[in-house]
Design a protein around this ligand. Structure first.
Ligand code: FAD
Length: 502
């Protein structure tokens, strides 16, 4: 067997030396297309790897389109007659395993198509596919409105998250980002430019949402807006008992808008991992470290209630409810009062911190799962306690929080466990070194195996399968529609080949 750690080290060294030595295969575009194909080493290098920092996929060239019509020309040419090359839209390349890559093909740098137009009635915004969510927030909040569903991290593109699902702490109330889209402009694999919505070209609309870039390139999305609150009361509370923690989470997501919270997530502090207690007052930090040491795992319930006017009684009621009726460890609650923008953009501060420590551009063998509510205790015992906690060390963050299944629309391509009303969102977001990537990947494999062997009905999110049978199993009863839509909208199988589905 080849020396895997050595190969990975060499790959990583190569990635960072790439601008000077990377070689892409040659693509020649006819002059009549009037498109500029970038093939310089630095453009190729950027497009060759992603946030996962595990794979290298070298494209033949990169296009920075100045209009959707340019993408349409490229795809019409590529799909005409013999397949000439494949094409992948790339938002920020925040994928984990080369999903936005295209070997020897053309990368479309979607950040070249960015922009936000808020409608006169402020009920929606028309957003170009490459726009970052943080810029959608800035533009809409200027007018006092805002989208209603957010990913934890806002420096990802609208087209990229709508191709997956776009999940976070508002899903339980407002659904994932794909559930908050009114219409789309899409360029199919045949180069057709089509508007679509639930009423118009609905097959394309539902296919593209969560469709992993397989049916078309999103150049515009009409996103639902609502009032933008001014501030957030942002709480974290600690639990030592898993059942009390999940019971409180589930109760909070079942509450009505006015009395309930607007955002809910949860994370684990584990004694074999890094415990970031900085949200809590200095005076509590060593006590929390001791709690983690003595219990092995401490569960962190995180909620936010948005508000405009601090004198409104509702904020007082929520604070009262949280402090009186939840079963967190007495005294272990911390509340921050922050601007709405700063709350939503909170992960940027983490990014800056990690970048300054050289820990952002490291391999990220992340594992994201959905687990049905009835099996979350089995998952906790079989995976969190029996696998994660038994490692010598873990790095990164583990998220665990419930969401309401009825906020998802089954007609869309995105997959989530079907079984029950409440589904847990799990993120095992480990960082790695080039040397221990195989070790973390095999840990992830063992988590999936344990779930399968013990009958826990997981679905993966942001997954990367290389075997067709895994994709067929992933899509289950939707597989037949998914593959029919591929034949219909991208019959030459040009789009997003980095997903490894077709
Ligand atoms: P890319 O990685 O560039 O693309 C993803 C896929 O979509 C590729 O297959 C690509 O070809 C395709 N694609 C890109 N643009 C388009 C388009 N316009 N039309 C059609 N297909 C397109 N996700 C969540 O849901 N919730 C989170 O809380 C969350 N937190 C994150 C935190 C961090 C720090 C990071 C790095 C990622 C996080 N993600 C989260 C994952 C994120 O949603 C995905 O990485 C997603 O792919 C968006 O990233 P991107 O815009 O860079 O897309």
């Amino acid at each position: 067997m080849a020396n895997l750690p050595l190969m990975i080290t060499l790959t990583t060294v190569l990635i960072y030396l790439l601008p000077s030595c990377i070689k892409s295969s040659e693509i020649i575009l006819p002059k009549s297309l009037n498109l500029t194909l970038l093939t310089d080493p630095s453009a190729i290098s950027v497009a060759s790897h992603d946030f996962g920092n595990i794979t290298t996929v070298i494209p033949g060239g990169v296009i920075c389109p100045s209009s959707p019509a340019e993408i349409s020309r490229l795809l019409s040419y590529a799909s005409n007659g013999e397949r000439k090359f494949q094409v992948a839209a790339r938002g920020q390349g925040h994928s984990l395993m080369g999903q936005a890559g295209v070997p020897d093909g053309v990368i479309i740098n979607m950040t070249c198509l960015a922009g936000v137009v808020v409608s006169d009635d402020m009920k929606y915004a028309d957003v170009a596919g490459g726009t970052l969510w943080v810029d959608v927030l800035k533009k809409t909040a200027e007018k006092g409105v805002s989208p209603v569903s957010w990913t934890d991290y806002l420096h990802v593109s609208v087209g990229g998250t709508l191709s997956n699902a776009g999940i976070g702490g508002e899903v339980f109330r407002n659904g994932p980002q794909i559930s908050n889209v009114l219409e789309l402009d899409v360029i199919t694999g045949k180069g057709e430019m089509l508007a679509c919505s639930p009423q118009l070209n609905s097959e394309l609309f539902y296919g593209v949402l969560g469709g992993l870039g397989q049916f078309g390139i999103i150049t515009r999305a009409r996103i639902v807006l609502n009032h933008a609150p001014k501030r957030a009361k942002w709480f974290r509370m600690l639990y030592s008992d898993f059942t009390a923690f999940t019971k409180d989470q589930e109760r909070l997501i079942s509450m009505a808008n006015d009395t309930g919270v607007d955002y809910l997530e949860g994370q684990l502090f584990m004694s074999n991992g890094v415990v970031d207690t900085s949200f809590f007052p200095q005076s509590d930090q060593s006590k929390i470290a001791d709690l983690v040491k003595s219990h092995g795992i401490i569960y962190v319930l995180e909620v936010a209630k948005f508000y405009d006017d601090p004198t409104l009684p509702i904020i007082g009621q929520v604070v009262d409810m949280l402090t009186k009726t939840l079963s967190y460890l007495p005294g272990f609650i911390s509340v921050h009062d922050v601007a709405y923008f700063d709350f939503l953009n909170r992960v940027k501060a983490e990014e800056n911190k990690l970048r300054s420590l050289g820990l952002w551009e490291v391999p990220h063998p992340w594992l994201n799962l959905y687990v049905p509510k009835s099996q979350i205790l089995d998952f906790h015992n079989g995976v969190v306690k029996d696998i994660l906690l038994k490692q010598n060390s873990t790095s990164g963050l583990t998220l665990l929080y419930p969401s309401n299944r009825n906020k998802w629309d089954n007609r869309m391509s995105a997959m989530v466990t079907d079984e029950e009303d409440v589904v847990y969102i799990i993120g095992i977001l480990q960082s790695a070194t080039p040397q221990n990537v195989p070790e973390v990947e095999s840990l992830n494999d063992s988590i999936i195996r344990v779930c399968k062997d013990s009958g826990i009905k997981i679905k993966q999110y942001l997954m990367h399968y290389t075997r067709k049978e895994d994709w067929v199993e992933h899509f289950g009863t939707k597989w037949s529609d998914f593959s029919k839509r591929k034949d219909l909208f991208d019959p030459k199988k040009l789009l997003s080949p980095g997903q490894d589905i077709f």
